[in-house]
Each structure stands twice: as structure tokens, then as C-alpha cells.
Design a protein around this ligand. Structure first.
Ligand code: NAD
Ligand code: LMR
Length: 344
């Protein structure tokens, strides 16, 4: 499958400044990051501050954003940066600009707000805390930037994206073409691990990852890696590793933050390139009729107005088909859990 994520990754890997600076002149776009003071939010905001695609960066969190914004504002790139809290302190010090001004005029809203896992937890264990956080923030999007593209990082993505859809529907503002669950980190991992295993440069690998973003719902299609002959044991090891590794390694200190910031930045920049008129194809968890789950992660073609086409899945290998069949009940139940929460 074609996957533009690797294009952005390639640009990032080859740029002398280590980021995906893909344009020659500065673009005008506003990006809002909600949860911007967190483990993902801060490095994601740093990468956004470096991007020529972004002219206005607005940061929101329940703590810390005035300081994060002041810090980032000293970096001599062309974008402006504001940091806002629910309470009346902000940077610049002109009174709290709050969620309304954070979101007003935003082209893209990226949401990494919410608690991360500790060892022994599943992503679904975060539901009770994060469902309410995402609901509140998306209510804000419906009110203040109903036309923005919304990229949700907060876990459990398989449920938080359906929650966001229901919230937007209730507000009469749902555009399924503009709501995305970010699964780019799964693609980054699959590319990295496959490349390591094959002795290749990750920039030459482009793995499609389908399904969702939790446990067995993460299904990397390694059978499509050109010229690769993985043994059954290698395939199993690569597949399992793509699903989960960092939480255990961080031993209670949270989950992936730096690689997720990078992945979130790649995803965001691809959305901005699409808004500028470029054709972009990247994997995302979106409303979909590819399977009998109402949301599904797969490569999607994105243009100025959001998703233009959900690309066909193509054939799965017997190993992939086995995981696909196993994952579907779990994925559907996690989607339903989000829908039920939003409508309770
Ligand atoms: P973190 O605890 O370091 O940061 C989360 C931030 O959210 C904090 O700064 C917190 O103050 C803020 N926050 C909490 N409630 C808020 C609210 N109502 N409004 C605004 N901000 C609020 O956590 P993290 O490591 O950055 O992870 C954030 C989320 O991202 C977690 O749910 C984690 O599971 C998820 N995650 C997803 C992926 C993915 O691939 N989609 C990858 C890694 C992590
Ligand atoms: C990840 O894949 O790194 C995130 O979903 C965070 C987690 O809980 O593993």
C-alpha cells in the first residue's frame, strides 16, 4: 500500500535540521495542541514551533502552558506561540485567552491530553479518565473551530475517536472526513523494526498498519514489505513488538512521548500539506466502511477538505487474516464503549 508517512519520515531523516522541513516558503496555518504541557505535548509543540507549515501555534493544558509557550517563543522561527490555561494566567500576559481563543481559527487541533499507561495496564484501562477529557475538549472544538481537522492521540484511541464523533454529531458539527485517530507511531515502529530486521534503512520501508490502536487491534501488514521473507517466528516477534514495548521499558514513568511527539508532528504536517493542496496518503483511525467496524485504521487519501478516499484493504496473508478475525470483536466493542459513553 502507498503510505505518505514514509515520505515525511524520509524528509525528516534527511533534513540537516532533523525535522520535516518540506516547504521553501512559510505557510499560514494555525495549529492548536491540547495537552501541550505533557510528555508528548511539549516535544510535539517544539517540533511544531520549528515547522514552516505553521504560522500560529496555540497551546492549551490545565497546567504549565504559559511557561512552555514563553520558552518556545524564544526560538527564532516565524510562528507566533500562545499558551493558555483554564484559569486566568497565560502567555503572552494579556489575560487568559482560554480554550475559545486557543481554538478559534485553528486549521488543525492535535489532542494528546490525558493520562498515560503504567506497566500492567491496557490502553482501555485509561478510558475512565481520558474519555471525559476528550469529550470536554472536543465540545470546545465543536464550538470554537468546527471546521478544523482534529487529530486525537489520547488513549484509548479506539474509543476516544468514536467519543469525539458522537460529541460532534450532538453539536451538529460532525464531518467524518476531518476526524482522525493518530496511529502514525505504529507505522513508525513497524518501519523501524522491519528495517532493523532486514538490515535496511527505515526510510526505504513503508509498512501499512491497519485495525486500531490497542493490543491485538494493531495489525502491521509485514507481508507487503517488498522482497522481505520473514520466518513465522520473526513475523510474530515483529507484530507483538509493534503493539507494545515502551510502557514496560519506562517502568512506571509513562508511555512513549518522544517518538509519539515525532509521529504526531509527522501526522500534523501531513494534514497541513493536504490543506495546502498536496495529495497525502497516510494511515489513520477513521470512520470507515471497509469492514463491519464503524471505525478502522487504514491508509486514507487526504486533501484540502479532509479524507477524499479510504483506500481498499487489499489481500491479507493467512497470518494477517488470523489476527484480523481475532481483532474485530475487540475493536467493535471498544468503539461501542466510546459511543455509549458519549450518549450516556
Ligand atoms: P502526560 O501525563 O505526560 O501529559 C498529558 C497532559 O494532558 C498533561 O500535561 C495534563 O495536564 C494534560 N491534561 C489533562 N487533562 C486535561 C484537560 N482536561 N485539558 C487539557 N489538558 C489536559 O501524558 P503523555 O505521555 O503526554 O500521554 C498523553 C496521552 O497520549 C495518553 O493518553 C497516552 O496513552 C496517549 N498516547 C497515545 C499514543 C498514540 O499512539 N496514539 C502514543 C503515546 C501516548
Ligand atoms: C503507544 O503505543 O505508545 C501508546 O498507545 C501509549 C501506550 O499506552 O502504549
Amino acid at each position: 500500500a502507498t503510505n505518505a508517512v514514509s515520505g515525511a519520515l524520509r524528509a525528516a531523516a534527511t533534513s540537516p535540521r532533523g525535522c520535516s522541513f518540506s516547504t521553501t516558503s512559510a505557510s499560514k496555518a494555525k495549529v492548536a495542541v491540547l495537552g501541550a504541557a505533557g510528555g508528548i505535548g511539549q516535544p510535539l509543540s517544539l517540533l511544531c514551533k520549528l515547522s514552516p507549515e505553521i504560522s500560529e501555534l496555540s497551546l492549551y493544558d490545565i497546567v504549565g502552558t504559559p511557561g512552555v509557550a514563553a520558552d518556545l517563543s524564544h526560538i527564532p522561527t516565524h510562528s507566533s506561540v500562545t499558551g493558555s490555561l483554564p484559569s486566568p494566567v497565560s502567555f503572552p500576559m494579556k489575560g487568559n485567552i482560554g480554550l475559545e481563543e486557543t481554538l478559534s481559527g485553528a486549521d488543525v487541533v492535535v489532542i494528546p491530553a490525558g493520562v498515560p499507561r503504567k506497566p500492567g495496564m491496557t490502553r482501555d484501562d485509561l478510558f475512565n479518565t481520558n474519555a471525559g477529557i476528550v469529550k470536554t475538549l472536543v465540545e470546545g472544538c465543536a464550538k470554537f473551530c468546527p471546521d478544523a481537522m482534529i487529530a486525537i492521540i489520547s488513549n484509548p484511541v479506539n474509543s476516544t475517536v468514536p467519543i469525539a464523533a458522537e460529541v460532534l454529531k450532538k453539536a451538529g458539527k460532525y464531518d467524518p472526513k476531518k476526524l482522525f485517530g493518530v496511529t502514525t507511531l505504529d507505522v513508525c515502529r513497524a518501519n523501524t523494526f522491519a528495517a532493523n530486521s532486514l538490515g535496511l534503512d527505515p526510510k526505504d520501508i513503508d509498512v501499512t498498519v491497519i485495525g486500531g490502536h490497542a493490543g491485538i487491534t494493531i495489525l502491521p501488514l509485514f507481508s507487503r514489505v517488498g522482497g522481505a521473507k520473514f520466518s513465522d517466528a520473526e513475523l510474530e516477534a515483529l507484530t507483538v513488538r509493534t503493539r507494545d514495548e515502551v510502557v514496560a521499558a519506562k517502568a512506571g514513568a509513562g508511555s512513549a512521548t518522544l517518538s509519539m511527539a515525532y509521529a504526531g508532528y509527522v501526522f500534523t504536517e501531513n494534514l497541513l500539506r493536504a490543506i495546502r493542496g498536496e495529495n497525502v496518503v497516510q494511515c489513520a483511525f477513521v470512520e470507515s466502511s471497509l469492514t463491519d467496524a464503524s471505525f478502522f485504521a487504514s491508509p486514507v487519501k487526504i486533501g484540502k477538505n479532509g479524507i477524499e478516499e479510504i483506500l481498499p484493504l487489499g489481500d491479507l496473508s493467512p497470518y494477517e487474516k488470523m489476527w484480523f478475525d481475532k481483532m474485530m470483536p475487540e475493536l467493535k466493542s471498544q468503539i461501542q464503549k466510546g459511543v455509549a459513553f458519549a450518549n450516556a
